[in-house]
Design a protein around this ligand. Structure first.
Ligand code: DGL
Length: 278
């Protein structure tokens, strides 16, 4: 039992999809969200740079007494998860493994598409993880870099987004995949458009839900659950009854912009966003 907060970080705003799911599934936990808005996007930077940024943020969050770190960014999970695990004295959960498990469970044919940032796709991390879980799986990975700015601009539907999706996803259409991993924090917000292009026979995998379950498993295993959540049956936890933990938000630049776009992501008010000095 531990009252300390869980630290969650992303290159910017996208990791709020993961925070939202953690808060929904384990509402009694205190959460600190860190968005590196001054240095976003990570998806076009080298793995070495993303690793350095991730270690700096982890250091900042550890100084805020977090009991666990969630790397809510696919690019940072691919580049820095091992380094973070080696250097931190607390459990570290990334988004790739939960996404890989969910995809391996969902597929019937073993033909799986993966879309993500340039850096995530170049790392080959999803390919390796999925093949470990499901040997013989055929993976078709594609970067979709314009999806991130489209989401940031709030263009979740409409003609421009539909055109970009159609062009990006065209190479996957004839690969006969039955599962597509949305391997970037922003992409779940484009589910209706991506689903419209791929068709209903393709299962879309959003790792936020599975990541929140993994967080719950790791907290339980390490006896780190906040007593607000401990002992409450899963159904009750998910109905958000009982005490609700605090959520604090820190960014490295433009807190007002983060607040405005973040509220759109979350669907509820963000009372305050603080500027962090790394
Ligand atoms: N959060 C990043 C990811 O999940 C996307 C945004 C970026 O490129 O920084 O890969």
């Amino acid at each position: 039992m531990n009252l300390n907060p869980i630290g969650i970080f992303d290159s910017g705003i996208g990791g709020l999809t993961v925070l939202k799911e953690i808060h929904r599934q384990i509402p009694g936990e205190n959460l600190i969200y860190f968005g590196d808005t001054a240095r976003v996007p990570y998806g076009i930077k080298s793995a070495e740079t993303v690793r350095r940024f991730s270690l700096e943020i982890a250091d900042y969050l550890v100084r805020h007494d977090i009991k666990m770190l969630v790397v809510a960014c696919n690019t940072a999970s691919a580049a820095a998860l091992n380094s973070l695990r080696e250097s931190l004295p607390i459990p570290v959960v990334g988004v790739l493994m939960p996404g890989a498990y969910a995809a391996s469970r969902a597929t019937h044919t073993g033909r799986i598409g993966v879309i993500g940032t340039e850096s995530t796709v170049a790392s080959g991390a999803y390919d390796r993880l999925i093949r470990n879980i499901r040997p013989g799986a055929e993976i078709f990975a594609l970067p979709c870099p314009l999806f991130v700015p489209l989401v940031e601009e709030g263009r979740l539907t409409g003609e421009i987004t539909a055109l970009v999706a159609k062009e990006y996803l065209a190479p996957l259409k004839d690969k006969e995949i039955d599962t597509l991993v949305l391997g970037c924090t922003h992409y779940p917000l484009l589910k209706p458009v991506i689903g419209g292009v791929m068709g209903s026979s393709v299962a879309l995998i959003d790792s936020a839900d599975e990541t929140a379950r993994e967080v719950m498993r790791v907290l339980t295993k390490n006896a780190l659950l906040n007593p607000g959540d401990r002992g409450r049956p899963a159904g009750e936890r998910e109905s958000r009854s009982g005490s609700t933990g605090f959520i604090k938000y820190y960014v490295t630049d433009a807190p007002e912009r983060f607040k405005a776009i973040g509220e759109r992501f979350l669907g509820y008010e963000i009372p305050q966003v603080e500027k962090a000095e790394l």
